[in-house]
Design a protein. Sequence first.
Length: 233
Amino acid sequence: MGATMSERLIVGLDVPDIKQAEKIVTQLGDDISFYKIGYQFVFSGGMEFIRDLIQARKKVFFDMKLLDIDHTIARAVENIAKLGVSMLTIHAYPTAMQAAVSAAQGSDLCLLGVTVLTSMDEVDLKNAGYRENLADLTVKRAEQAREAGMGGIVASAREAANLRKIIGTDMALVTPGIRPAGSDRGDQKRVMTPKEALDAGASHLVVARPIIQAINSLAAAKAILAEMADHHQ
């Protein structure tokens, strides 16, 4: 985890079209090197934009949260690895992760197991039919991700300290639901500030709305990087 803070901050391009994404990337310039691309953007024609980002030597976190039969997962991961993206999310189900790890061998793709979505709480889990409580399910999936040989996990920063003990120091721990001090929580129910998340053991922070919806996106990004710099290495 010797990466610089700019390499540890991932800006979520949660925007409806390519023009807005291009505007944000241009505004952020050389200060931001890592971007998250998800369903919303991909389905608006974002695949070519992903290639352009990689060509411009930016890193891409491809947040697809894949879950399917093993064969389909494997073939998808093989093709995604060829794109040159840096990170890819897989729902942390054991067989899906095992298939993904096998398919990604020999590439630089870091596979991330999604433990429990940060928008979910105990009531949501119960309504979805899970018997485990939030903490137990998150731990279980982190253990399974480690055993499967995944490159890291995605989890709430509030669970980061405990999960870091489970996955060790080598795996990435990517935390969405990051909100700078004093900002709106939005629909995230389990949030932390940038410094708190790093102190808890996060390796990478995903920030979207506090940056992309800011009047001055670059100033907002720099303020978050400054908060991150307060983290004690």
